[in-house]
Design a protein around this ligand. Structure first.
Ligand code: PCA
Length: 128
């Protein structure tokens, strides 16, 4: 059985970015989406990290349907075992009809208090 899961990606896993192929050849693009307006992106040094922010923004990214069997490899790439990121259920807008869980990698390290948050990761880095 090939179970499928939904993943919100906002950084190097997006289409056209360096690690997109980790989503697998059978990944299906489900649309441009954004988080609830309570997040921000920090620059972790060439890649972004999603953190809860106050005041927050709606972070823009992509919703992809991928094979559940790929999650262990994605977790390893994102450093989930070492604690750099955690994979959490994350609400996105527009929300995919009839499907509960969307996963996203959240940055789990401490960030500066006067951090400049971005709302989108581009080839040029963080954008507001
Ligand atoms: N890759 C993951 C999380 C941060 C990153 O650079 C992503 O694209 O969602």
């Amino acid at each position: 059985m090939n179970s499928r899961v939904l993943l919100f990606v906002y950084g190097t896993l997006k289409r056209g970015f360096p690690q997109h192929s980790l989503l697998g050849e059978d990944a299906v693009f489900r649309g441009a989406v954004r988080t609830e307006p309570s997040f921000g992106l920090v620059d972790c040094g060439g890649f972004p990290g999603l953190v809860e922010a106050e005041p927050g923004q709606a972070v823009r990214g992509e919703l992809w349907e991928v094979s559940e069997a790929l999650l262990p490899a994605l977790d390893t790439y994102e450093g989930v075992p070492e604690g750099e990121y955690v994979r959490l259920r994350t609400a996105v807008q527009p929300s995919p009809p009839g499907e509960g869980t969307v996963w996203a990698y959240h940055y789990s390290r401490e960030t500066g208090t006067d951090e400049e948050y971005g709302a989108e990761w581009t080839a040029a880095g963080l954008q507001r």
